[in-house]
Design a protein around this ligand. Structure first.
Ligand SMILES: Nc1ncnc2c1ncn2[C@@H]1O[C@H](COP(=O)(O)OP(=O)(O)O)[C@@H](O)[C@H]1O
Ligand SMILES: [Mg+2]
Length: 260
């Protein structure tokens, strides 16, 4: 390394210039797939990451974290066999100050953050005002949004999540100028009704000019039991469905990389 470059790297480390990019999975509505997406995208990114011996000592390049007091993400990860977990995870329980510390760590490349089941929203907040509430979780969410490089917003073919998708984008992400990516989750493959619903939700997203992952994450029973079984898409036992399921989350991870 040249002396100039060396001193530039030193300065970067000292001043906390970061290599880590922060991706937050957010959607006001619970049940759209935030936790499933956060865990599995971290797994796909972790399996695609460049590894070296140094990672053993310094920690994995990919980190997953949850700011949920319930700790869904941490509990899921704790249930996965250690050798099968291609990323590190952190427990925050909405405590402030933990995530900024990880972001400053020069060995970390991606921090993927799961957000609470449903957001603490002030129902009286006026247009233009920050609708996030006053709770500890809302503060933790603000801290994460302040450093977010990208938001992944899940939506389902069923209309039940559409309004909340729009609210999340228009009221929380756009005012903070956070780039976002919509991903359709729970598509029922191989059914005429499923295809019709899929086309409707795609049209709805495209009308609003929201960037989206080209193809949806399909609904498979396999994913439903992943949390209690302590499995990740990268570890499913080989089957046609397992491959399709893995492809869906790999596609999200790749699209995410293109946007970072
Ligand atoms: N693509 C999918 N196929 C089947 N089940 C899914 C899929 N995505 C999520 N689920 C299931 O739907 C439920 C809600 O997902 P979850 O990730 O917990 O949503 P959120 O974190 O947004 O509340 C969970 O039981 C999960 O296993
Ligand atoms: Mg969740």
């Amino acid at each position: 390394m040249t002396a100039t470059l060396e001193s530039a790297v030193d300065t970067a480390a000292r001043t906390g210039m970061r290599t880590a990019k922060v991706v937050v999975v957010i959607q006001q509505k619970g049940g759209a797939g935030k936790s499933t997406i956060a865990v599995n995208v971290a797994a796909c990114a972790g399996r695609s990451a460049v590894m070296s011996n140094a990672d053993e000592a310094t920690g994995a390049p990919i980190v997953a974290a949850g700011i949920d007091v319930q700790g869904t993400l941490e509990k899921w990860c704790a249930g996965v066999r250690e050798e099968a977990l291609p990323f590190d995870y952190v427990v925050t329980k909405s405590k402030l100050g933990i995530l900024p510390g990880i972001i400053a760590d020069p060995d970390r490349r991606r921090i993927i953050i799961d957000t609470p089941g449903f957001l603490d929203i002030d129902p009286d907040a006026e247009w233009g005002a920050d609708p996030l509430g006053e709770s500890r979780t809302a503060d933790a969410l603000r801290e994460v949004l302040d450093v977010a490089d990208l938001a992944i917003v899940p939506i389902t073919p069923s209309k039940i999540t559409w309004d909340e998708c729009e609210f999340t984008i228009e009221r929380i992400l756009k005012p903070r100028a956070i780039p976002f990516l919509v991903v359709i989750n729970m598509h029922d493959p191989g059914k005429d009704k499923g295809e019709k619903q899929l086309n409707k939700v795609k049209a709805w997203i495209d009308e609003r000019n929201y960037p989206r992952v080209a193809d949806p994450i399909r609904r498979y029973t396999l994913h439903e039991h992943a949390y209690e079984n302590g499995t990740l898409v990268t570890e499913y036992r080989m089957s046609g469905t397992a491959l399709n399921g893995r492809e869906d989350f790999m596609r999200v991870a790749l699209t995410m990389e293109q946007m970072l």
